[in-house]
Design a protein around this ligand. Structure first.
Ligand SMILES: [Zn+2]
Length: 239
């Protein structure tokens, strides 16, 4: 049985109830979860699982891409937990909210880079303290990234509300802009989650985002790295 992905439907869900489907040592498989696993370049959530007055720290969350099962790695082997138990999950909200702000900021920067320099993202990672994005760009000018980040911050301040919805693969492929990404998705993915920042960006995306770009705050450039021919990496944070 696959784990129901509550986080795909509500990025602001920070408490939930779930049933333990399986326990192997300190690895807990749940029937549903609000913990976002490490996927799509966004770091996993941490937090707690609680049963009665007992509490276990969740250190890591991973998804098995084949079975779609989500495993929560606990700090200790939880002798008091067993298959069939109902537990409550609590996210470390400070960490998660930072990931949401940084992830949404990454969309804005990518959109500006695409519009202004016709350059595409080739990789990226969102961690709690900062995020990095790789661009297919032959020039190293710091001004390019300074200007893109300044523009992205200005876009964020406009307070645009995000739209998140599901489309069938067939419907998604009809939308210009989603096509390229959607074609890369595995063919067995019947429904695609679309994240739209109206007027700015449109992606097929499974990660957590803020509801409104105003929540991002100021985006700040940390550093730029040259990663070889046409590969530039930018590090940024949100304040
Ligand atoms: Zn995203």
């Amino acid at each position: 049985m696959e784990t129901k992905t509550l986080y795909l439907y509500d990025s602001y869900l920070r408490e939930f109830e779930a049933k333990i489907l399986q326990k192997i040592g300190n690895q807990i498989l749940l029937d549903q979860t609000a913990f976002h696993p490490l996927t799509g370049g966004v770091a996993y959530d941490i937090g707690y699982l609680v049963k009665g007055n007992l509490k276990w720290k969740v250190l890591k969350v991973e998804i098995d891409k084949e079975t779609k099962q989500i495993t929560h790695t606990l700090e200790d082997v939880a002798n008091d937990l067993e298959q069939g138990d109902i537990v409550k999950g609590f996210l470390d909200w400070d960490r998660r909210y930072k990931l949401m702000r940084l992830h949404t900021a990454a969309h804005l920067i990518a959109a500006v880079m695409y519009t202004d320099y016709n350059t595409l993202i080739t990789g990226g990672q969102v961690d709690p303290e900062y995020a990095k994005l790789d661009f297919n760009l032959p020039r190293t000018d710091r001004e390019i990234f300074e200007s893109a980040i300044e523009k992205a911050t200005k876009e964020a301040r406009k307070g645009v509300s995000l739209k998140i919805y599901f489309l069938t693969r067939k419907e998604a492929l009809k939308m210009p802009g989603v096509v390229k990404l959607a074609e890369k998705m595995p063919p067995d993915e019947k429904e695609l989650r679309i994240v739209e920042i109206p007027g700015i960006d449109l992606q097929a995306d499974g990660g957590p985002h803020v509801k409104n770009t105003m929540e991002i705050g100021d985006i700040r450039l940390l550093k730029i790295e040259n990663k070889g021919k046409n590969q530039r990496r930018v590090y940024f944070e949100v304040k």
